[in-house]
Design a protein around this ligand. Structure first.
Ligand SMILES: Nc1ncnc2c1ncn2[C@@H]1O[C@H](COP(=O)(O)OP(=O)(O)OP(=O)(O)O)[C@@H](O)[C@H]1O
Ligand SMILES: [Mg+2]
Length: 378
């Protein structure tokens, strides 16, 4: 890291660190300015001890590369990855807003439709990654940023997987962050699958709907045991506003066996869509925006997974726009007659002009015909 003339830290002589946005177990996140492209970015600067680990560095680079190929409105875009002054860093799209954990702490329980709406957006982003063959491995509300207009973006794809490259005795419990959200198979030390992300999404939704986590313990081992063995309190017992059908979905998502859950976040998102909030909860369409041709709530993931070959063209994913009902065309059509009426003022005026011209031309025509001898004098 260098210091520029204004004594502001610079990374790779390109990124000017401006302000600390937050810190997790292994990194500090800064708001920064990309001096080359002149745009705001967020930079996750890893702690020195992780940056120094060779295995982790390689794995982190691979994960960053995979994450950088993900392009979806519900995923924080990764722009760049670097190493400077002994520190690894990852450059991302800067997302204004708050992380979902902070919102849960501030607000407690969410209204059902709003909670489902946000988690359906998370499902869209994570489902897209699943189709691209990427498992998040660390789905938790800290890794979801909600913008002021209630768009949700998931961040930190693959970083948890990179951490597995570190020797177990080289990382502390703190690094693993929040075992509250880990799936039973992760808690048992097994490899995560898309169904593991689905479970973690279920834990986040449970927390938003009930105001409490399904499992709590001060000891990580005890938490892991609960995830593997204990059935959660049915969420309707904690919040009667949860529909029985939604409760059934949530309990299935929280199954201990991955095979008992929904296979991917896409599938979960589709099932949640009917319970998701109305368009008013999302960003209003600016007046100049063209009218979208979509139904009210865009549930998960119309986007295509990225092509396997890096650099090949990918169609841009459909943004999830809040939709206004199209204006009723029938009423407008009724006000406007299909054909002009026969006695419209225009037609009357034109007819009068034609008659005057015709009458005026009669004596002149008779004179010409007389001179040419075509007709005789009376
Ligand atoms: N792209 C971004 N744009 C804006 N703010 C961000 C961005 N990425 C992260 N942040 C902010 O930085 C904070 C810290 O993120 P970080 O990922 O380091 O911590 P964490 O998710 O709480 O823990 P963990 O180390 O387990 O990931 C987040 O809570 C969020 O508020
Ligand atoms: Mg994070």
């Amino acid at each position: 890291m260098e210091r520029n003339t204004a004594d502001t830290p610079m990374l790779s002589n390109r990124y000017k660190l401006l302000q600390t946005l937050g810190a997790g177990g292994m990194a500090v996140v800064y708001r920064a300015q990309d001096m080359m492209l002149e745009r705001p970015v967020a930079i996750k600067l890893l702690r020195q001890d992780y940056s120094g680990n060779h295995g982790f560095r390689n794995q982190f680079r691979l994960e960053a590369k995979a994450a950088a190929n993900l392009s979806h409105p519900n995923i924080v875009t990764v722009h760049d990855f670097g190493f400077d002054a002994g520190r690894l860093f990852i450059v991302m799209e800067f997302v204004p807003g708050k992380d979902l954990k902070t919102l849960i702490k501030e607000r407690g329980r969410f209204p059902v439709a709003e909670a489902v709406n946000l988690i359906a957006q998370a499902c869209a982003g994570i489902g897209y990654a699943h189709r691209a063959g990427i498992v998040h491995c660390d789905v938790k509300p800290h890794n979801m940023i909600v913008t002021p207009d209630k768009r949700l973006k998931v961040t930190d794809f693959g970083i948890a997987r990179a951490l597995t490259s570190i020797n177990p005795d080289e990382h502390s419990n703190e690094v693993w962050g929040s075992p509250q959200y880990f799936s039973p198979e992760q808690a048992a030390g097994l490899a995560p699958s898309p169904a593991s992300d689905v479970y973690s999404l279920g834990v986040v939704l449970y927390e938003m709907l009930t105001g409490q986590l399904p499992f709590t313990a001060t000891d990580a081992q005890e938490l892991a045991r609960q995830h593997r063995e204990v059935r959660p309190v049915p969420p309707r017992r904690l919040n009667r506003e949860i529909a029985p059908e939604l409760e059934q979905i949530l309990l299935k998502v929280l199954s201990k066996e991955p095979a008992q859950r929904y296979r991917s976040a896409d599938q979960l998102g589709r099932l949640l869509a009917p319970f998701a909030g109305t368009p008013e909860m999302l960003q209003p369409i600016p007046p100049e925006a063209p009218r979208p041709q979509q139904p009210a709530y865009q549930a998960p993931a119309p986007a295509q997974p990225p092509a396997a070959r890096p650099g090949s063209y990918q169609p841009p994913p459909q943004p999830q726009q809040p939709i206004e009902e199209p204006a009723a065309p029938a009423a407008e059509a009724a006000a406007e007659p299909l054909l002009p009426p026969l006695l419209s003022p225009d037609i009357i005026i034109l007819t009068i002009i034609a008659v005057v011209l015709w009458v005026g031309m009669l004596p002149f025509g008779a004179y010409v015909l007389l001179r040419l001898g075509i007709i005789g004098a009376p």
